[in-house]
Design a protein around this ligand. Sequence first.
Ligand code: ARG
Length: 574
Amino acid sequence: MLLAVLLLLLLPLSDPRSAHGHPLYMRLPPSTLQALSAQGTKVLQAAQRSALWAVNRVAMELQHRLHECRGSGPGRPSPQGPLLQDPPEPGPCGERPPGTVNVTRAHGRIVGGSAAPPGAWPWLVRLLLGGQPLCGGVLVAASWVLTAAHCFAGAPNELLWTVTLAEGSRGEQAEEVPVNRILPHPKFDPRTFHNDLALVQLWTPVSRAGAARPVCLPQRPREPPTGTACAIAGWGALFEDGPEAEAVREARVPLLSADTCRRALGPGLRPSSMLCAGYLAGGIDSCQGDSGGPLTCSETGPRPREVLYGVTSWGDGCGEPGKPGVYTRVAVFKDWLQEQMSAAPSSREPSCRELLAWDPPEEPLAAAATPCAFYAHLCPGPPGACARLAHQQCLQRRRRCGHCARWPTPCSSCCGAPRSCSARPRPHPCTAERRPEQRGEANGCPGLEPLRQKLATLQGTHAWILQVPPEHLAMDFHEVLADLGSKTLTGLFRAWVRAGLGGRHVVFGGLVGLEQATLARSLPRLLVQALQAFRLAALEKAEPQGPQIGARQERGLGRTGHHPLSPQVPPARP
Ligand code: ARG
């Protein structure tokens, strides 16, 4: 649409060359070339995103497979150290930077705490809805944040959320990462706040280079004994209905027994999934805005570590006498957490963010490498029909996701977090014979080798676009030269196109319209042809002895005779 509007401005075309008074060919004007280049750059970016997506997905599946084999193979030791991690691992868990540890005193004021030194809580993150901070959260693995499910009430659409990671101990700027997926606990009850826990998957894992580090998750379903002084932290209100803190605040609060909690807070407190902590005298507590943040207890030993036992959930006022704060018991959700974080990517419905980052082809592809693979698992019927159906279903969801990208969301039901599945997809007639696990074993890890091969193949086929650094990812249409004597029945003219990508130049033949409507119709196809030409040129360079696949490139415009046109290119959407 945008392209059509641009074209209106750009016509009429310029520069007809003539012989004996008859025009022979015509160059598209620079303004049209510019519009074409801008569209081409978008197409390139989309192609790079979807290549990255496809490669990452298989790489993650491979990691997952390896992890499963290492963890569960006969006679293999179970993984040491922190229970839950996902690749790439940002480092050991629960360690605080030196110099930030002894600061938490049980006095003053989160309500009643004190300002935390920069970087004191490397796992403390902030959840932002439409750019506005709403809740705290806790980094528990390289790409997973644990928070309270009630934070997403009314806004379950992941496209609207971002996460600000922890700042460094020298006050280094905190990084903001988009949310890829929100997994509220399936039994969260918004009326009672039972099971008030949600996992948030980051769009990109945190890197070791930054300041953010994951906290440790409990290894046992029990908390430390009553009276243990644990820590809370967050940007929440300084007192009830008061302003939010400008910087992170922290406080020490003792764990209270289930009996004390129930007596203090009544039947609303469910000890099976909630614990309470704080002072019956009041004065020190978490408050509004601290939700989703951590309640951690130190584990002493040669390497002291902080372990996450609670996630800030609710309270009766803030810091009121007799009303300690309530925290979701993390330890009892250990299995759910592990299951969610280690689930194979293909076992989940693709998130809106994944679908929108993907440039779908018109026709179903070999579905395994696309976000649509999930739907093929669900589809009953013969593989051909299944692939088509899965593709349609997937595109439909992608369209719905497009509506959901706006704020406020048109409706919450269609923009909700995607269904999560059990860790292992069900075997299915559509996919049964294609499942990699059933094709050979490597080093006692079934299915590993086919995945490795798949990854290598994908890396090979996408290398041409993955190797282009983002700053060079621009398509430049230098020249489109239409042969005026070659009008086809559909009103298009043969044309030679010269374009550049990074330092590489290609020339290819195509069809171009010279009136507004025909030009608009012809451009998408030219863009796809340009993309193909770059791919072939890159392959030709990588395999100079190989087959003549790149024969149409790098020939220059000075050739005589008609350039062969490539009729089999599928139409692209701009
Ligand atoms: N529900 C609050 C939030 O959404 C957290 C309240 C904690 N209250 C307390 N008294 N400890 O931020």
